[in-house]
Write a protein that binds this ligand. Sequence first.
Ligand code: HEC
Length: 122
Amino acid sequence: MKNKLPHLVALLSLITFSYCSSSKKASSSASNEPVANPSFTYEKDVAPMMLASCSPCHFPESGKKKPLDTYEATAKNIDDIISRVQLPIDHDGYMPFKSKKPSLTDRQIAILKKWQSDKMPK
Ligand code: HEC
């Protein structure tokens, strides 16, 4: 029993995370299933992640780089986004650029991929 605890803790924090980030109006009927089948949307899941990790550089008010602050821009560049955040951290193309922001977590990357394979719901 003891060695299951870390898994349980991880699972619980995932549940908490998905509850918080889907509190607005999740279309998911199975809100008890944290990672298996949630449907991720741009507004609810992707935009906050982009804002947290890719601003200010890709957010036009202050950023000078290619804008990634809208649904259209994110959708259009999703392949590039997903491949860059998974590059080795010391690779020139790695994002967030020069690690000025924390790397995306495995879970965040999984969300991006799922969002893409779900045809990028708004
Ligand atoms: C500290 C500023 C900074 C942050 C934060 C940052 N980037 Fe960048 N980004 C850059 C710079 C500088 C370049 C241009 C360098 C290059 O092309 O490799 C770039 C280029 C890119 C490109 C290629 C754009 C093009 O015109 O080809 C993509 C896609 C990208 N970033 C995605 C992201 C994503 C996704 C995040 C967040 C996870 C992020 N960036 C965070 C500075 C940043």
